[in-house]
Write a protein that binds this ligand. Sequence first.
Ligand code: ZN
Length: 389
Amino acid sequence: MNDEALELLANLVRCESTNPPGEEEHAAQEVAEYLHRHDVEVEWQRVAPGRTNLIVSLDSRETSVKRPTLLFCGHLDTVPIGDREWSHNPFAAEIVDGRLFGRGASDMKSGVAAMAVMMAQLRELRGSESWPIQLLLTAGEEVDSIGAEFFRRHGGMAGVGGVVIGEPTDGRVAIGHKGAYWVEMQCWGRTAHGSMPQLGVNAIDQVLKAAHLLYEANAHARPVADPVLGELTVAVTRIGGGIQTNMIPDQAFLQADMRFATQKQQQEVLKEWEDSLQRYQQSYEEFRYEYHSLLNRSPLLTPPSHPLIRVAQQLLGLDPESWRTVSYYTDGSVLSAPTNLPTLIYGPGDDRLAHQPDESVALSAYFAAIKFYRDLAVSYARGEWTLNQ
Ligand SMILES: [Zn+2]
């Protein structure tokens, strides 16, 4: 089984699914073929042309006593390879010194492959029993969670009692992450000759002012830090505008990335910012602005005392206090956060290598993840623990 598991991971890395544009269908095909060979049925959920979710279920849906489903989840897309040179071909899945190199090796084709291998193993173990275990492989996590949104909108979360996300955690158990709010602001001014700025209204100056007010709003509101997920962070990440060097620009924009531990933190800072923008407008009528959210992802947090987290720590032989959080957000924002489902994040990849050139995964970590997912699923399916707190 190890050779086949390795082959599946290598094939997945060779199968480009860079997002944008996504086109996860080929990667999904790779997993589907592997599972068919193991007599596991898959369900295709078309999300958009060339974009697909894959759903694998071990539940015959015929049992009278229905236990909540434990949903395993991974994403099929990857980020682009970037401009910096790689020393290994990002789509060749080269193996050097026990590590497999390639885009998605850590984030998160190793997690996806490990979960698919787990499903094949469970298929053999369960015989004709119905097990409340499901696997969801999504499209689009790296950009807009198009796949997870589609799955939830079409009733996919009905009956789900807990979620396991295979994002890279370097073999440790993670219990949550911050939410993300991305905002885009547009400012308008009035053109004039660059030599006579006093005759125009400089839209870039307005955007700079708004950026300054955003940082100030965070400093003033100083929302209370969450004991686990920490403080809200704000970063202005893009600024643009202007026409040419000798013209006062009449249009400019900024984008900012806000990471928050609680909705309250985010609301407090946004309100403070809006108030200060309005105060500024009252003192300077020419200030014209508009902003909207580009993305809004909920934070995720499961108590470390929850059975899903405790059992995971036990199976891995880890100290109960050794849990961590992750800096990125996951499909869990879309799938688990709305109904507060317990969620475990555990994956073989190393998150410090994610989105980097020469991304890689240790094969030993990959095989350990297969075993862990299988042990977790089997012990749950056999009723050794429940998803109730
Ligand atoms: Zn990821």
